[in-house]
Ligand binder design. Sequence first.
Ligand code: NAD
Length: 384
Amino acid sequence: MASLIAGVLRERAPGERRVALIPEAVTRLKSAGVDVIVESGAGAAAWFTDVDYTAAGAQVVGVEELFQRADVVLCVGPPEVEEAVPLRPGQTLIGLLDPIQHPALVAELGARGVTMVSLDLLPRTLSRAQSMDALTSQANVAGYKAVLLAADSYDRYFPMLTTAAGTSKPAAVLILGAGVAGLQAIATARRLGAVVTGYDVRPQAQGEIESLGARYLKLDQVASAAGEGGYARELTGDESQTLLQALEDHIARSDVVITTARVPGRRPPRLVTAAALERMRPGSVVVDMAASELGGNVELSEPDKTSVLDNGVTLIGAGNLPSVMATAASTAYARNITALLTHLLKDGALHIDTEDEIQAGVVVTHEGSVVHPAVGGTPAGGAK
Ligand code: NAD
């Protein structure tokens, strides 16, 4: 029987430097019986050359040949609908495809009989799915990088430093939101020697924050907002106002604030107002990891934009931080996508079975239908 062929697409989104598979993963897939073809230049922006892929046993091809020959196409972000046109019935596309935000792509792939598999819908709490958890691996990279960006813009030391020229105070860093990215940011800021405080609306985060050597900011006036599946729920208008007021003094006293708060399916919650920014000292730095076109955690922030406010506070609206550390992010992502792809294999072929809990989570379209309830589909073999 001919081997399954996985094709690695070059990312085309502006500023995207990651690649779905790195050469090391080619070797692993080959030993699982999967042949790999790679679009020429796919890894270049993450410092993996065509020669590296060839040495690992992949074949480097042009994009047309890739779409012709691949049974499974691997990517990082969702392609534009027009870019997905060469995909044909029976082919599978795997990536962080964000189907909830890309209904046109879902409709197109569904109608075309392409199987769409999206890593961002993985049931993350299943322990056997952890090696496939690309949201976690990429959030780890982003949390780490956010601290480095903050440290780079902060014109003082993070650690307490004693030299012949005197002693510097350690930076006071406040991390708002202590999920995967926030906890990595806390750990990174601690490693740099800052005095770190963390806050999250889920009270469960307290133990995790403290286990990293940071102080937990306890705001008794703010209700717990633990939601389903380990995520936070959206705060009501009143709760949100209470939180904003409770945070303001703490923000004003911090040298560096990094915000990472998100609520699934909702706009990022506002945590830092313009009034709070105004109260910060000149030279302070704020990084909004949730910055988006729809607004982020910080009033005035814009994605991929750094500005110095009139009072001397540097406000960094983060963009695609995992892409900024493309080699580490791609290495982790390649492990996630390899773990998922091998999970989908049975007797060397792709076996889509939405009875399987992991597959029920990630398979969005299959055999001409949208099968994921989160994007309006009817689960295969089940009621909506
Ligand atoms: P996320 O990106 O959705 O949100 C980031 C953080 O923002 C969360 O911790 C959330 O509680 C927090 N937040 C939301 N609204 C807030 C507000 N108003 N103020 C302050 N903080 C606010 O979450 P995530 O990082 O993807 O992970 C969420 C949870 O899932 C975490 O508990 C994480 O440990 C858990 N998780 C578990 C597994 C697993 O079991 N294998 C895997 C991944 C994540």
